[in-house]
Write a protein that binds this ligand. Sequence first.
Ligand code: GLC
Length: 625
Amino acid sequence: MNKSKNVFETRFCRHLDELKWLYMELYGNDAMFAELCDSMSRFYQERNEDLKILDLEREAQPDWYKKNDMLGMMFYIDNFAGNMKGVQSKLDYIEKSNVNYIHLMPFLDTVEGRSDGGYAVADFRKVQEKLGTMEDLEHLTAACHKKKINVCMDFVMNHTSEDHAWAKKARQGDEEYQSRYFFFDDFTIPGMYENTVPQVFPTTAPGNFTWLPDAKKHVMTTFYPYQWDLNYRNPRVFNEMMYNFLFLANKGIDIIRIDAVPYIWKELYTSCRNLPQVHTIVRMMRMIGEIVCPGILLLGEVVMEPEKVVPYFGTVEKPECHMLYNVTTMATTWHTVATRNVRLLKQQLDIVNRLPKEYVFLNYLRCHDDIGWGLDYGALMQEGIGERSHKQYLNDYFQGYAGASNSRGELYNADPLTGDARFCGTTASMCGIEKAVCEDGCGSDALERAVRLDVMLHAYMFMQSGIPVIYGGDEIGQLNDYSYKENPHKAADSRYIHRGAMDWKAAGQIEDVTTVPGKIFSQLDRLEKIRKSEKVFMADADTWTIDTWDESVLCIGRYYEDEKIIGLFNFSEYDKTAWINETDGTYVDMISGRRMQASGVNIPAYGFYYLKKENEPGGDSDEIL
Ligand code: GLC
């Protein structure tokens, strides 16, 4: 047996018992399990040598992604640089932005006008023609690896597009292919599902089923009508989707984002969300990855409340996802912006900080999707804040109608029945930069304030435990893009407002700190460099919050191997004092280099401090605040 075969066998034997147990429990099908095992071996053989070396390195250092230098950026390939080759030509900019992890938004084959931003995949083995080829992808990932940049892609496993080969055959009446989806002759069973299954797109795509007049069948479509839910009760579906996953991993992908993972198992009389079988499938996927391509990471897209999110990490012995989105923290951050009150955010951070340090969260201010107001309403209720009225307030605030708001953006899927709506906008527009640029002009106080809020939010995000991910363009303060309204394929989906094309002209101004792009880029650059050079930013540092006795000021402490840092963040447009009293020594403001005491700290409107404790006994502080 050669060495490489040995490596595979060892990994395979390590997981065989558990993998077989779970597979048989779900499918009880020996032949299909044997096929899966043979295919894993084949994908391993096909994996290129460079990736195998990376696998071995990462296996030897399983915490490789928990470093303080990890910084992500997500973007649509066409919006960012036209096509895959274009992205490759922009790697210097990506490096300059201190980014070492790029999330290429869906790029697999899809049909224009029925694509859901690429989340309706027509062929898992083909790149959209306008973006390039599989070969281009391989070149891009190899070029990224040379620069130590990791590449993330979406794996949309809950559904295929109606234009996928399976769907076409199913539509033509092939029963084997119909069994890969959820097909029904009449609405009896779909009607029963509708009693318990909530809606994802209540306005843009109401209902969970679609009538196919040509096939005379109803098909399950949780998302858009052209996105047909796959039936994972069928082992053929599971096996084939695992082969697609391994095929893509072999193209040099480092991080697989499992799209809409809570939805992948359906059961009558349930909400069809987060069912136990979902965890079995994710656990199997983790083991399959660890056998064939252990260098890759699984990132679960679980946009749910914290108690639903955390189980997707699995347990320490039986892990599932490597990373999950810190979604409640993200939504609570914007609640804090709108209310100038940090109480709920502090409670939310306390929940996250109490979790085991093995768990790695992706922190973000916004992504390509809407912001759903999934807050802890139980806690808000104790302060007399009701869910419905508060959501209304937040939506009014961020549209710029209520409170002292400077935000701009649009509602998403406003549901006339429940009164519920989510929100879309870029970080800069939600911080007031758009309004200030349009109404007050450059050099105005309003613009300065809005930029300060934008930078403060990034500084706060960088201080959370985990990996920060920026939406490409936010590093230069890109504004909402209203042009989607003129595109009939996009007009109904307001998420496109914050998915605009990268403004390379603005990116050309990053060296000029009198411009908005220059101001934001240079300040983020400073913070990113601090973050990657200071070990207190390691993902597994101790992290906690400290009372500031001011409702608008958040204080986060971090401690790692004798180093301590305190972050202070003022969420209000007024100057404030943080009544903290850290009397364990002198601190240095890491931005200005000024020595100061960490007690009774004055913080300007929308300002922040990164205060590092001095370890060497020093003289008096330059200034006692
Ligand atoms: C995920 C994606 C979203 C998409 C949905 C359906 O939630 O983030 O953009 O619409 O899945 O695939």
